[in-house]
Design a protein around this ligand. Structure first.
Ligand code: PLP
Length: 435
């Protein structure tokens, strides 16, 4: 793995207040932001405007596949931007075709549509389900409780969390939620209007919950029996984060029937562009006798910025680096090791930690509820937020998920040494939180 040397941090002590004031006055306050103002990054580290360094175990919520300021991403951006940044999707260009080929090779026979974000990729799948079921009057999509599928109107309708829908009613019709990892519940929920089932391979925002192998295989059988499409939202859990290109490949590894398992559609974003905003969905060539990958004929679906030469050149280069540096295996080995370490932290600090979850570089540390941790009890904020803030103070970035999960979604090239550094800091913070 190439070692990326951090650049010396510029010191802009006064920018902290200035930038926050600009946000207060001019940026829609839709995010609850932490009190950190960042200036630059290198590899798995980022620096704030005061020159303080943080080990980034959050990876921009699973976006920064190769960390920050990776020289090959910069090179791909510079090279491609000298040649061709954008042409309309009215025309052909090489990078989009080549990237589609690479993604299809990683998943299975099918085609790819390029979008700009995870929510937009999912919107494409919603439309695909409607198109598929249209002539039979089927339009409904079953999704899981605690799922997350984006913030568009379709995305919040699909998301199985009521807090995300609140205040935006009426919610667009055609989505119902069923308990995750419960095949019987899915079977019972199917109505004559159902066209598809959509799940995350590993629920991310819902708290790092992997689908079980039985659930995946069972859903496939159910969808085959009932002529439904099976969709996987791989926006967060895809792109090698699980230690395989797609999380279902990892979850099903070595099991009978695993090789034949394929969803009918799969959405991607986040790590696909490594920070360059990109989304995509893959669709299987054929399902239930329907040529699914060709259902969207000319004029049925589109987006101005989907699959630009610049974005695709970056995504191709990221795939090159992942392949050349053996990051799939690295994530798997380092991730398994990291999870074992988190589990031993859980047994060392049972007063604060309940356990570890996830796989590869999609891991969660499950904390006890705030009221049960004496050091957290007086603070109103959830345990996850309090822990994330304590970790900020100690120089590590992580991502809260719900009230009790602290997520680790580091760059795929986080080295073993950096993982050890992160764990040592985490241990110190747990020690002081347990006191
Ligand atoms: C599983 C999943 N789907 C969809 C989305 C939405 O992606 P985006 O924010 O790029 O629209 C997210 C974002 O966190 C996600 O985790």
């Amino acid at each position: 793995m190439r070692d990326i040397l951090p650049t010396p941090p510029p010191l802009h002590q006064n920018e902290h207040a200035e930038v926050r004031e600009l946000f207060r006055r001019f940026v829609v306050p839709s995010y609850g932001r932490f009190e950190l103002v960042f200036s630059h990054g290198a590899g798995s580290y980022v620096w704030d405007v005061s020159g303080r360094r943080y080990l980034d175990l959050g990876g921009g919520i699973a976006v920064c596949a190769l960390g920050h300021a990776h020289p090959e991403i910069t090179e791909a951006l510079v090279e491609q931007s000298r040649r061709l940044v954008h042409v309309s999707n009215l025309y052909f260009h090489g990078p989009q075709g080549r990237l589609a080929e690479r993604l299809v090779k990683g998943i299975g026979p099918g085609k790819v549509f390029f979008a700009n974000s995870g929510a937009e990729a999912n919107e494409g799948l919603f439309k695909l389900a409607r198109r598929f079921g249209h002539d039979e009057g089927r339009y409904e999509i079953l999704t899981a409780i605690n799922s997350f599928h984006g913030r568009t109107l379709g995305g919040i309708a699909a998301t199985g969390q009521s807090k995300i829908k609140k205040g935006f009613e009426p919610i667009i019709p055609g989505f119902r939620h069923v308990p995750f990892n419960d095949l019987d519940a899915a079977r019972e929920a199917i109505s004559p209007a159902t066209a598809a089932i959509l799940i995350e391979g590993i629920q991310g925002e819902g708290g790092i919950t992997p689908a079980s192998a039985e659930y995946l295989l069972g859903l496939r059988r159910l969808c085959d029996e009932r002529r439904l499409l099976l969709f996987v939202d791989a926006v967060q859990c895809g792109h090698f984060r699980s230690g395989r290109f797609q999380s279902f490949q990892r979850i099903l590894e070595g099991l009978p029937g695993a090789e034949a398992f394929l969803p009918d559609g799969l959405s991607m974003a986040k790590s696909l562009g490594g920070g360059f905003p990109m989304g995509a969905f893959w669709v299987r060539s054929e399902a239930h006798g329907v040529p699914l990958a060709d259902l969207f004929g000319p004029g049925t679906h589109g987006t101005t910025f989907g699959g630009t030469p610049l974005g695709c050149a970056v995504a191709l280069r990221i795939l090159d680096v992942i392949e050349r540096e053996g990051l799939e295996r690295h994530v798997r080995e380092t991730g398994d090791w990291l999870k074992a370490q988190l589990e031993s932290l859980a047994s060392e600090f049972p007063a604060v930690v309940r356990g570890a979850r996830g796989m590869g570089f999609m891991l969660g540390l499950e904390l006890k509820p705030r009221e049960e941790i004496p050091a957290f009890a007086r603070d109103e904020r959830p345990a996850s937020t309090q822990m994330v803030c304590r970790l900020h103070e100690a120089g590590v970035l992580t991502i809260p998920s719900g009230g009790q999960i602290v997520r680790l979604l580091p760059p795929l090239n986080l080295s073993r040494r950096q993982a050890e550094e992160g764990l040592a800091i985490l241990r110190t913070v747990l020690q002081s939180s347990a006191a």
